[in-house]
Write a new protein. Structure first.
Length: 324
């Protein structure tokens, strides 16, 4: 009986040892299998340049298995990524534990992937054979562009011909100078009429003489002359002679100055007006004058008036019997 128990004890001990060994072998086998799996995974990542780009799920697996950020970033740099980094992908990476180093690397490579896809798409569109309809549309567009180009050329040619004709027909005298001379001619005509009227005007009880323009400045002069934008003129006439003056005639010249003298307009509003002082001015005395044009001057934006006032005639009165 004792022998049987001893034999049973030996069997039990042997069975325990065998079970422990079985468990140990099983654990070692699982460890070896897991190691092989990781080695295979890292070996596949080691040949990054010969393998396709990393997918979002592959990067998530690396993060889940505790691979370091430096190693993940290195693999992303080597192999690139095959996805666009949208909001959903970004949330998945952050949820998997990706830090800023990994995220910045993925963003850069994802941007490169997007550019590559767009470039490939453009190349495909260029190399893609065109359909008959597309060829017809492109041909129509080309014909229209050619027609527009011809019209522009014809328009340019006509414009140059018109400019050449206008240049040939243009008088040698500039328009601004022509307008000024026309205004001067009108002034001289008005001046001649005023002088003629003064000569023919009878003088009762006195003798009168009308001096020439050269002597006017020595006999009568102006001072304190002022003008407004509306063309109103005021000032004083001084009698510098020893005789009394009467019917003194003032000439107010409104000369028009174009803003662009090289391209003046056609309607020059320049003019000359006359104002007569119906009073006598004793020797050494002054007389004030005020003149307001009627109708008023035109208000325009293409130029302005230069106003000039001068004495153009007067009657110099001598007492009867006095030597002139």
């Amino acid at each position: 009986m004792k022998k049987i128990i001893e034999n049973d004890s030996v069997s039990l001990r042997r069975l325990g040892r065998d079970g422990f060994r079985s468990r140990l072998i099983y654990a070692n086998q699982w460890h070896i299998l897991r190691t092989v799996l990781f080695v295979t995974l890292f070996a596949s990542f080691g040949f990054a340049q010969d393998r396709p780009a990393l997918t979002l799920n592959q990067i998530s697996v690396l993060l889940k298995n505790g691979v370091s950020s430096a190693r993940i970033a290195q693999l992303v740099e080597q192999r690139g990524v095959g996805f666009e980094l949208n909001e959903a992908a970004l949330r998945q990476l952050k949820a998997g534990g990706a830090d800023e180093f990994v995220l910045s690397t993925v963003k850069r490579m994802a941007a490169r992937y997007t550019d590559e896809q767009q470039r490939r798409k453009r190349l495909e569109e260029i190399s893609r054979p065109k359909s008959v309809e597309e060829g017809k549309r492109e041909e129509e567009v080309t014909l229209r562009m050619e027609e527009v180009r011809k019209r522009l050329q014809e328009k340019t040619r006509r414009s140059e011909e018109e400019k050449k004709i206008a240049k040939d027909q243009k008088p040698q005298q500039p328009k601004a100078e022509k307008g000024t001379q026309e205004a001067s001619r009108k002034v001289e005509e008005s001046k001649g009429r005023a002088q003629e009227e003064a000569r023919q005007k009878p003088q009762k009880g006195t003798g009168a003489t009308l001096l020439s323009q050269e002597d006017v400045g020595q006999v009568a002069s102006l001072r304190n002359v002022m003008s407004s934008e509306g063309g109103e003129v005021s000032g004083e006439v001084v009698n510098n002679s020893k005789q009394t003056l009467r019917d003194l005639q003032l000439q107010i010249i409104y000369s028009w100055r174009w803003k662009n003298e090289t391209h003046p307009g056609k309607d020059d509003p320049g003019m000359a007006r006359y104002h007569v002082l119906n009073r006598e001015i004793p020797s050494g005395q002054t007389a004030r004058f005020d003149y307001k044009p009627s109708p008023p001057l035109a208000v325009r934006e293409d130029g302005q008036f230069d106003i000039t006032v001068k004495v153009v005639g007067f009657a110099q009165v001598f007492p009867q019997g006095a030597q002139r």
